[in-house]
Design a protein. Structure first.
Length: 257
């Protein structure tokens, strides 16, 4: 009797096990069939999209413009609207690194010194070659923000500087576009070497740095101020450059509205 009961229990366990196995296999099979059915329905829907008259074929001539820098006019407008600057940050993909920016300000610094030198020497008596050999350079990348519009513009804030024997620091500060390397503003301090006769020619390095002909500097118009002069220059592309001179101290050049 016990043996018959034991066999009955074993038979029940086997039947239960077979039932669970069958249930599991059936669930997997049903799921597989549903996946296949969904894929079939999706393919039918996808094929129908291309024959729908509501869709139009679009040909992209070139994708080069996607992600390209905005026009200079647009970027200058953003630059003029910036109200605050952010912290120093690392270079992002698509941006120039510090090396070409340092090369650019080094070249600008040399051109600027030669613009205000006579016979290779500044009014202070120092030779341009000597100043260049002892000059130092810095470049910091920052984002500049317009809080009203939400726009921001990334600029390299670069500087070339030299400490003279009398303690004065001659310097050139430039704000470069982080992607194109164009200069938006230049500030130069050369003290006695900044003479009224150099006002127009001081624009030449800024113009050439942005791809303009340096001869355009001849068209600048100045009006006198208590400290020196303020000038404006209309460029062929519709942009305007302003230059403010404090004779015997410094001057600033920048795109203007």
């Amino acid at each position: 009797m016990k043996r018959l009961r034991l066999f009955a229990d074993l038979d029940r366990v086997q039947r239960t096990r077979i039932a669970y196995i069958g249930l599991t296999a059936g669930t997997v099979l049903v799921a597989l069939l549903l996946v296949l059915l969904n894929r079939w329905i999706f393919r039918l829907s996808e094929a129908g999209l291309y024959d729908d008259p509501k869709y139009e074929a679009v040909s992209i001539i070139s994708a080069d413009s996607i992600g390209a820098p905005l026009s200079l006019e647009t970027r200058v407008e953003l630059f003029l609207g910036c109200q605050r600057q952010g912290e120093e940050r690392a270079v992002m993909p698509g941006e120039l690194d510090a090396e070409p920016i340092t090369e650019a300000i080094t070249e600008l610094w040399e051109e600027t010194l030669n613009t205000h030198a006579r016979g290779g020497r500044l009014v202070s008596g120092e030779s341009v070659d000597s100043v260049l050999k002892k000059s130092r350079y810095t470049a910091v990348l920052r984002d500049f923000y317009n809080d009203e519009s939400g726009f921001k513009l990334a600029l390299w804030c670069a500087q070339a500087y030299y400490t003279a024997e009398n303690g004065r620091v001659y310097c050139l500060s430039v704000q470069f576009d982080s992607r194109t390397g164009e200069a938006y503003s230049v500030s130069c301090a050369l003290y006695d070497s900044i003479q009224p006769s150099d006002r127009a020619s001081a624009l030449e390095p800024f113009l050439t740095a942005n791809g303009y002909a340096e001869s355009l500097s001849e068209q600048v118009r100045f009006h006198d101020t208590a400290k020196g002069a303020i000038g404006t220059l209309a460029l062929p592309d519709g942009l305007t450059v302003s230059i403010t001179f404090d004779d015997g101290e410094q001057y600033t050049i920048a795109f203007a509205g």
